[in-house]
Design a protein around this ligand. Structure first.
Ligand code: ADP
Ligand code: ADP
Ligand code: ZN
Ligand code: ZN
Length: 848
């Protein structure tokens, strides 16, 4: 570990009078060219200083320099509340979770590796004899040149099948066997037409000849025939014979034609939804899901087309590229003993392969070598996503910028964290500054400089307790960080409890799990460990969640979003299937609660108060005040989601969107209500001297005082405090919460529910975003669940929490294809002594 003390040569960033959020007029000097780590309990003001002040100011200056229009906007948005900042370099922020990634973005597109790979296939791929060269765009499914013409580059197509349109083949056509036809008159019309056409509508569907069934369901013909509604088949036949005047002429439409037409053209969401329910999504029959034209897929490198290449783990891809990168451009698997390449092509190949290898090497060092280029970014964890962005930065060779990072260690095994620190050192050695918000003690110890913010959260924090080299923090009595950094308290470590039974999963297949058998203890706290990508979430949140959910008869949540065909077809988060069986003492489990880091809502309309249900009680309190009763205001008046009490200009959002040319659009405060979200007459109603907007602006801690004597509200607030969220505001939009905060909000709302019957709680790294002293509180909460007889299973990296678990299951040995096995299991002591486990040495140190 090389650590150079910051020198005056690099100079300092000087902050004077910072007052953003809870910051108390902070003055602080931060060295440039150094790793500066911001520490402090959650809500103390670290992000307000690093992101809200320093990054926001760098951003403002940058926009200022490029666009006068942006300047005007920023005046509207408010610049960070700070007197002055000197010596601030341009900044790049790598923040977690909050930036949304588009559904079609992949590892390859985010890292821009795809661009290089496409060039390589274009310039140096092996073309079938006689085929002309394809330009790089021709290898992208998102261009007209490259997209498979059948599925338009989506890889999947909509289709209907006999089973999807005729769910119950024991019915006759008259009994509405063809469920996909319209329900009311339209369906009756089609049945009458079939009678005219001579089809048998009174025989069970499954007994009709296949030829008839296929025609009725799939034909593109649209014959027009006379219709005699209400006639029996026999009467119809006679009427046709004597050419009786029909009621009208009807047009036949096959069920498939009807479904696809309705789905493509109907203006009604509910009609679309109904049509969608008769459709299946299947792999495109032309490109087989590879999304590209036949021509593009004919070009290979190392014997693989570009789609197959993109499905390799990056580490394997680098192995295939390595010979070419070394200049060995002829002996590729694809052309054994073939003619040597023209020199120009060989040079291009060496350069492009070399570039790819070097970039993949950086990703590998950050522990991401198990990812594939085609992996959709929505399926990555926030930590993985941040490290991907970090790797991209490492390779972009910027100089003299400050990188502002938010908990880069999230999701990292201690072994992975060491690699991360190496990468940060490289950025620093490249002449950059690093401002990092972190809780992980290994990262904090690696800092050149610590800025400790505190002492507590919200109003109790906002001061810089210490700014200087790590050693000096030792003497700062008020610092929670110092306590954990220098005299790690040994938390009471109760003797591990004995399991009260076992869940047994067998033959689990999911991602990198290939037929795994595992025994998972009931009635205790289990930590599931292993390097990033070893299969922890695949086993716990994905496979066990599915198997247990299916056992309890829970249906998986329907995917969010509308019925836009492109969205449905390209939804990359379509879950992979789980294989395997669940046995053992599964009958004892009555309930499953999964608490993940996925956002609690995708619109700013959902917030802490609405999500936890406490806002319902608050609105009732407001409706019961004398003024509200006189005006006949019902609780709904105090909701910003319905008409009545809300500001109609912004429809209760408090913000309006402003479109910017060339820049991402931004939100600005509503010019009518100035962000209050309610109209003036609603705001006249007060409870304890506060109007409803002011209540939403309270932090959980402040609200706990205000509502101390309102039991249902007080209870909800105290559970939020217990999971370390006392610093959040009640109206904080769900979209502003980090993954870890969202998870703790969900945990808190589960904790306040009265739980009867044995519940299994599955959590995904609940310590993300928590200071070690908050981790202690979380641990106490989880213990209480186990005390009450429930089962808790965590995917976890925090060694303190792992050491205090009753049972540990360590996955590995490596990541991706090199993982997916159980390498050790037992009590923490047993796992610490296991050989072949990468967790064991760290756990041993923790337990000593
Ligand atoms: P940390 O990064 O240390 O967890 P933050 O800087 O996020 O802390 O929060 C410090 C305080 O500022 C908290 O009381 C928090 O509720 C408040 N705060 C954070 N973001 C906002 C915001 N957008 N508007 C108002 N208050 C905020
Ligand atoms: P961990 O939780 O230990 O970090 P994961 O279970 O997330 O590991 O990942 C194990 C393997 O499965 C990795 O190779 C990862 O890329 C892959 N994987 C995980 N989730 C998905 C997914 N939703 N789609 C495709 N592959 C996935
Ligand atoms: Zn296709
Ligand atoms: Zn408004």
């Amino acid at each position: 570990m090389s650590r150079s003390a910051p020198t005056p040569r690099d100079g300092f960033v000087q902050v004077r009078g910072a007052r953003e959020h809870n910051l108390k007029n902070v003055d602080v000097n931060l060295p440039r060219g150094a790793l500066v780590v911001f520490t402090g309990v959650s809500g103390s003001g670290k992000s307000s200083l690093a992101f809200g002040t320093l990054y926001a100011e760098a951003q403002r200056r940058y926009l200022d320099s490029v666009s006068p229009y942006a300047r005007r906007l920023f005046n509207q948005l408010g610049t960070p509340d700070v007197d002055r900042i000197d010596g601030l370099p341009p900044a790049v922020a790598l923040q977690q979770g909050r930036g949304v990634t588009s559904a079609r973005s992949t590892v390859g597109s985010l890292t821009t590796l795809n661009n290089v790979l496409r060039l390589l296939y274009s310039r140096a791929g092996d073309y079938p004899g006689g085929q002309g060269i394809i330009y790089a765009e021709g290898f992208s499914p998102n261009t007209p040149e490259g997209a498979c013409p059948e599925c338009h580059g989506l890889g999947r197509v909509f289709d209907v099948t006999e089973a999807s349109m005729v769910p119950d083949p024991s019915l006759t056509i008259r009994e509405r066997a063809i469920a996909a036809w319209p329900t009311a008159w339209g369906g009756q019309n089609q049945r009458d037409i079939l009678v005219t056409l001579g089809y048998d509508v009174d025989t069970p569907w499954r007994d009709l000849p296949q030829r008839d069934r296929d025609w009725i369901l799939f034909t593109d013909e649209q014959p027009q025939v006379p219709v005699y509604p209400g006639f029996t088949p026999e009467e119809t036949r006679r009427a046709l014979k004597r050419r009786a005047e029909p009621s009208y002429t009807g047009t036949f439409t096959s069920a498939r034609r009807h479904v696809l037409h309705t789905f493509a053209t109907s203006g009604s969401e509910s009609m679309k939804r109904r049509a969608a329910s008769f459709m299946v999504i299947r792999e495109c029959p032309v490109c087989h899901g590879k999304r590209l034209t036949r021509e593009a897929l004919g070009v290979t490198f190392a014997g693989l087309d570009i789609a197959d290449f993109s499905r390799l783990p990056l580490s394997r891809a680098a192995e295939l590229l390595a010979p070419a990168a070394r200049g060995d451009t002829d002996r590729l698997d694809g052309r054994p003993g073939g003619p040597p390449r023209p020199q120009e092509e060989a040079l291009a190949l060496t350069r492009l392969a070399g570039d790819l290898c070097a970039r993949i090497e950086v990703l590998g060092r950050l522990g991401l070598g198990y990812l594939t280029l085609e992996r959709g970014t929505p399926t990555l964890s926030p930590g993985e996503l941040q490290r991907l962005r970090l790797a991209t930065q490492l390779y972009s060779n910027l100089f003299g910028v400050v990188y502002v990072l938010d908990e880069p260690s999230a999701g990292l095994h201690p072994a992975d964290t060491e690699a991360l620190l190496g990468a940060l050192d490289d950025l620093k050695a490249g002449g950059n500054s690093l401002f990092v918000v972190e809780h992980d003690l290994a990262v904090i110890r690696h800092a050149d400089w610590i800025v400790d913010v505190g002492p507590a959260a919200g109003q109790g924090g906002g001061e810089v307790l210490y700014s200087g080299p790590p050693a000096g923090l030792r003497d700062v009595a008020a610092s929670q960080t110092a306590r954990h950094l220098f005299a790690p308290p040994t938390p009471p470590r109760p003797a591990p409890r004995d399991p009260q039974g076992w869940l047994e999963v067998q033959g689990v297949t999911r991602n990198n799990l290939r037929g795994l058998d595992a025994r998972l203890p009931l009635g205790v706290l289990t930590a599931v460990t292993g390097v990033s990508g070893s299969g922890k979430s695949s086993l716990i949140t994905q496979a066990l969640g599915d198997l247990l959910g299916a056992h309890l008869g829970l249906t998986p949540p329907a995917p969010e979003g509308g019925t836009d065909p492109a969205d449905l077809l390209s939804a990359d988060d379509a879950p992979a299937p789980t294989g395997g069986t669940l046995g053992g003492d599964v009958a004892r489990v009555k309930r499953l609660v999964q608490v993940t880091q996925s956002p609690i809502g995708r619109t700013p309309r959902s917030n802490l108060a609405t999500y936890t249900g406490l806002f319902d009680h608050v609105r009732s309190l407001f409706a019961a005040t004398p003024l509200a009763r006189r005006r006949h205001y019902r609780p709904g008046r105090f909701s910003f989601n319905v008409r009545g009490g809300r500001c109609e200009h912004c429809q209760g959002e408090g913000w309006v969107m402003v479109e910017l040319l060339f820049l991402p659009s931004v939100y600005a405060p509503c010019p009518v209500c100035h962000g209050a979200r309610f109209n003036d007459s609603t705001l006249e109603v007060k409870w304890a001297d506060l109007n409803i907007a002011q209540v939403l602006d309270l932090t959980v801690d402040a609200a706990a005082d205000v509502f101390a004597h309102e039991p249902p509200i007080a209870r909800a607030l105290s559970t939020l405090q217990e999971v370390g969220l006392g610093y959040l505001r009640l109206g904080q939009p769900a979209t502003e919460l980090s993954g870890g905060e969202a998870q703790r909000v969900k945990l808190a709302s589960e904790l306040q529910k009265a739980t009867r019957g044995h519940t299994v709680y599955l959590l995904d790294e609940p310590t993300t975003g928590l200071h070690p002293s908050d981790v202690e509180r979380l641990h106490a909460q989880l213990r209480r669940l186990v005390d009450a007889g429930h089962t808790v299973m965590l995917v976890e990296h925090d060694l303190g929490l792992i050491a205090a678990a009753d049972w540990v299951i360590d996955l590995g040995p490596g990541a991706g294809e090199d993982g997916g096995l159980i390498v050790a299991q037992g009590t923490p002591e047993q796992v610490a002594r296991a050989s072949g486990s990468r967790t064991a040495p760290y756990l041993r140190r923790e337990l000593d």
